[in-house]
Write a protein that binds this ligand. Sequence first.
Ligand code: NAD
Length: 444
Amino acid sequence: MKIAVIGTGYVGLVTGTCFSETGNDVTCVDIDLAKVEKLSSGQITIYEPGLEKIFLRNQKEGRLHFTTSLQEAVAAAQIIFLALPTPPGEDGSADLSYILKVAAELGKLIQPSDYKVIIDKSTVPVGTAAKVRAMILSTATQSIDQSFDVVSNPEFLREGVAVEDFMRPDRVVIGTESEKAIKIMNDLYAPFVRQGNPIIFMDEKSAELTKYAANSFLAVKISFMNEIAQLCERLGADVDMVRRGIGSDERIGKRFLFPGIGYGGSCFPKDVQALAKSAQEVNYNFSILDAVMEVNQRQKLHLVPKIASYFNNNLAGKHFALWGLAFKPNTDDIREAPAFEIIRALTAQGATVSAFDPEAMSNSKHVLGDSIQYASSQYEALENADALIIATEWSEFRTPDFEKMSNIIKNKVIFDGRNLFDLEQMNNLGYYYESIGRKTIGSL
Ligand SMILES: NC(=O)c1ccc[n+]([C@@H]2O[C@H](COP(=O)([O-])OP(=O)(O)OC[C@H]3O[C@@H](n4cnc5c(N)ncnc54)[C@H](O)[C@@H]3O)[C@@H](O)[C@H]2O)c1
């Protein structure tokens, strides 16, 4: 099948590459010329485990192309994915301008004789497929009413395991009532669900809402555990034990119960906000979501007063090592990453920071400039540090060389926002160690 993917960011590049892997001919479009040139010359633009290998293979086989020309890609394709940004607008609702701008262009490019399926893969509020359809029709110069369908096909991939998620999805959700589109979507996804995971067809509004419901539910789950962790700290309970105690109940499940310093990334924060806004627009107060946003904002800064209190509320001149800038491990994505809030809070109080992240250093430099130092290894970050702060649970941080660490760091003090280390081990190693929802090791 001939596919165009409009928008070649995290979702677009993974989508395009994975569809080429099953033999389709895919052209990815982006307005960012530098990005298109880089991809065309065989250089990957994001860090995503497993992606580079299949990207290079399919590019070499001539099944994966990159262009800035929407016209060229659309002319050749029957299937057109929109993987465009939907950032929060000023009022928190999803900004649809990127999508509607491309839809307006599509109206001029779709020919009456040439049926196409336009697929919203971006996360968009209920009613967007209808808006895209109306926008396409409004700019068409010919009668194309029967020449296209707009389908909602939200994406559930997780950054860090995006290729795995895309190639073997738990489910594929498709919102359309067009028989023609259902047949095409079924054929397109058949190779990805050979093990029996479902393709769930539904109306487009339900598909659009499903994506927001999924992300918001997960944000509720993680925020609930963060609140339990807060209680554990105050009551002297251990959140690890509580987590294990409730996770073994199948109705609750083991996953997504790990407390930390809040969720970040390009999806949960904006999607929770957008769903709350959608609810408001239909006069419904989705109060759980308001609580989730409040809890998460508080949680992102949870370590800061603990750090300040350890240093007698005077951080001027203190120097911190910070491990982890990405919003989660196995990605270079730093959007809404809790590490940045911590860095800003510490530097505002006169502290300095030396940070290390295995993949997110370059993106971080664009945002933070020279406001912090960038270490070339997790150990170099520890030089002259009054304490270590852990903000992302990269696996290489889990079992560091503690002897080496202890020889470098100035003070044996750790504030761990991801509960990486065993309390007994920290005690034996002589560290002052504060984590999330567990007892403090060592004394002030
Ligand atoms: N990142 C994720 O993990 C994830 C997961 C599921 C769903 N989503 C959703 O998918 C959508 C895309 O997210 P993303 O993280 O891939 O965004 P992104 O910012 O990484 O990528 C978007 C790309 O679109 C390009 N673009 C903007 N305007 C364009 C235009 N007119 N023509 C062509 N290209 C254009 C940008 O240059 C950029 O490369 C969002 O709605 C997001 O909520 C993201």
